[in-house]
Design a protein around this ligand. Structure first.
Ligand code: PEP
Ligand code: MG
Length: 311
């Protein structure tokens, strides 16, 4: 076999020195799941369930949801899959969960906030997820999107437990949740950092507006410093900390995240081999030096230069 120019990776997230970081797929459909499994994903760090129902005009029944979820979970029988409950609103509107008209949908009733008004919708989804987990044999956990406080996290975890789902966590993608990561970590089994929304809310820069895209660069030192707060809490409390936003898909930034205590990285299937291969040639001490460099930088370009220096 000739050199295809593609990075080679053996499908296990492991640094040169043996330190483990799970390398996982982001999926939203059976086709995504098949592609992620074929590319060597060790599991799924983010299953965006709202992608299954973008054209639904009515809430899908428990049985419809069960089938849709099982089709995505099946390629990962015996492997860990984090199923995110419906993240409706703003950039991902769902016709059957539309809020009252709002001036700022990104700041309105979206994500887990929809479930506070309509908990029965969440409970039916959790029931379907528990059934699909049994059907598929995947090791399923659930997580809530757009959680702002530890009280919200605790509310969600209780409902997940009541539905018989053993592992429950939340996304950290609102700066308030990042600032209170210690309290959040105390009530969940894991957290997963959504860098796309975390950066949108940290910089007050809409993720869908090209004119402010430079502020949403995942190499922004302010974002990296906020992630460091969460990584430190994870290391101190033994709470698994994932990253499932775009930042995890950049091999050099994946090293920086690993150096800050992140324990799993979840990305589009096209990024898996590049990140896996980069981690395999890097040791934890180099990741930590890369992180220190990026944390001290004043802008994205110099953060990248500083992260590259120890390699
Ligand atoms: C994120 O916000 O970083 C994330 C992973 O979730 P989504 O892109 O689906 O909002
Ligand atoms: Mg998000």
């Amino acid at each position: 076999a000739g050199n295809t120019g593609k990075p080679t990776w053996n499908g296990v997230g492991i640094l040169r020195d043996g330190h483990r970081v799970k390398v996982l797929g982001n999926v939203g459909s059976p086709a995504d799941a098949a592609a992620a499994a074929a590319a060597g994903a060790e599991g799924v760090g983010l299953f965006r369930t709202e992608f299954c129902f973008l054209s639904a005009t009515e809430e899908p029944t428990v049985e419809e949801q069960r089938k849709a979820y099982a089709a995505v979970l099946t390629p990962f029988a015996g492997k860990p899959v984090v199923v995110r409950t419906l993240d409706a609103g703003a950039d991902k509107p769902l016709a059957f969960l539309e809020p009252e008209p709002e001036p700022n949908p990104a700041l309105g009733v979206r994500g887990v906030r929809v479930a506070f008004d309509r908990p029965e919708v969440l409970d039916r989804q959790l029931e379907a997820i528990a059934l699909a987990a049994k059907d598929s044999g995947a090791e399923v956990s659930v997580m809530a999107p757009m959680v702002a406080t530890a009280a919200e996290a605790s509310w969600f975890v209780e409902r997940a437990r009541a539905a018989g789902i053993a592992r429950a966590g939340v996304m950290i993608e609102i700066p308030a949740a990042a600032m209170t990561a210690r309290e959040v970590a105390a009530v969940v089994d894991f957290v997963s950092i959504g860098t796309n929304d975390l950066s949108q809310y940290l910089f007050a820069a809409d993720r869908q507006v090209g004119a402010v895209a430079a502020l949403n660069d995942p190499w922004q030192p302010a974002l990296i410093r906020l992630i460091k707060l969460i990584g430190d809490v994870g290391v101190e409390t033994g709470t698994p900390v994932g990253v499932c936003g775009e930042a995890a898909a950049d091999p050099l930034l994946a090293c920086v995240l690993t150096g800050m205590g992140v324990t799993s990285l979840s990305m589009n299937h096209t990024a898996l081999a590049g990140v896996g291969a980069k981690l395999a040639t890097t040791s934890l001490d180099v990741c930590q030096l890369a992180a220190r460099g990026a944390l001290g930088a004043h802008d994205p370009a110099s953060a990248k230069v500083a992260a590259r220096a120890p390699h």
